[in-house]
Design a protein around this ligand. Structure first.
Ligand SMILES: NC(=O)c1ccc[n+]([C@@H]2O[C@H](COP(=O)([O-])OP(=O)(O)OC[C@H]3O[C@@H](n4cnc5c(N)ncnc54)[C@H](O)[C@@H]3O)[C@@H](O)[C@H]2O)c1
Length: 266
């Protein structure tokens, strides 16, 4: 029998009670990893860990807490080491999508989105990197960015800024992490069909499908595929990069009606 891709590996995934993080945790478990499922909502973390463990048969445990708290993210790494004897992959997925008109955006909202998206990811990456360095076995860090870190989307100024910052963080840290065999990369999702997005807009899938060049909104599995790729042994020389998974959306720019179309080649 062939060994599963992530057998004997330990993975932390934040914000994994539902949505993209849940699918990332599920795919790692299906590939043999032991996974810590973090979520700010304890019941959601427990339910997710239980469902994933029963579906995959892997070790999957709940690790509730708010990633904005530095003690929480340090505790996640400590819990991984205590429970599974080490850490191999850290996925800083939790992020707060914070909508708001720039003219009215409140300092408290700014503090919160920066605390969750940046402080949470920065200090979790730091805690994971300290563990990887101490163990001397290298490691993988994946940060969850967004296409809004590449393109202007209305009313997402603070959120988009945090996502662009995460991509610079990955580029910067290649200097300090590469000597320890640690890679750090980002995945930048486009419009993903998640419970939160469907709750905000029941027509989400069709509306985005009409806009996106490939004709379909993105699925959490598409994002998880990219995360697992970056965490796999064959990606050891990919670091400081961002993989955009958006069905071509960021490659397009609106143009005026030029009066010609599909028949242009004629
Ligand atoms: N869904 C999308 O279309 C999309 C697009 C681009 C980027 N992203 C990014 O992908 C990541 C996951 O997105 P999603 O839409 O699946 O997330 P989501 O908003 O659905 O949240 C997923 C889980 O994270 C938990 N969570 C929220 N704040 C937390 C915190 N402070 N600490 C720990 N857990 C917390 C929530 O309780 C929830 O169960 C985020 O970083 C998001 O910015 C999502």
């Amino acid at each position: 029998m062939t060994q599963k891709r992530f057998a004997n590996q330990t993975v932390i995934v934040t914000g994994a009670g539902e949505g993209i993080g849940y699918e990332v945790a599920r795919q790692f478990c299906a590939e043999g990893a032991s996974v810590l499922v973090n979520d700010i909502l304890p019941e959601r973390a427990k339910a997710a860990a239980k469902a994933i463990a029963s579906e995959t048969g892997a070790d999957c445990i709940a690790a509730p807490g708010d990633v904005a708290e530095v003690e929480t993210v340090r505790g996640l790494v400590a819990q991984a080491v205590d429970s599974f004897d080490g850490l191999d992959v850290c996925v800083c997925n939790a992020g707060l999508t914070s909508w708001g008109n720039f003219f009215a955006y409140k300092p408290a909202d700014f503090e919160r989105v920066v605390s969750v998206n940046l402080r949470g990811s920065y200090f979790l990456a730091q805690a994971a990197a300290r563990q990887f360095r101490a163990a001397g076995s290298g490691g993988r860090i994946v940060l969850m960015s967004s296409v809004t870190g590449h393109r202007a989307v209305p009313y997402l100024s603070a959120y988009g800024m945090t996502k662009a910052a995460l991509e610079m963080l990955a580029r910067n840290l290649v200097l300090e992490l590469s000597p320890h065999g640690i890679t750090i990369n980002c995945v930048a999702p486009g419009a993903v069909i998640t419970p939160r997005n469907l709750n905000d807009d029941p027509d989400y899938e069709a509306r985005w499908g009409n806009l996106i060049p490939v004709g379909k909104a993105i699925e959490s599995a598409d994002i998880a595929n990219a995360v697992l790729f970056l965490a796999a042994p064959e990606s050891e020389k990919i670091t400081g990069q961002a993989i955009v998974v958006d069905g071509g959306w960021t490659s397009t720019s609106p143009i005026p009606d030029m009066g010609y179309g599909a028949d242009y080649e004629n």
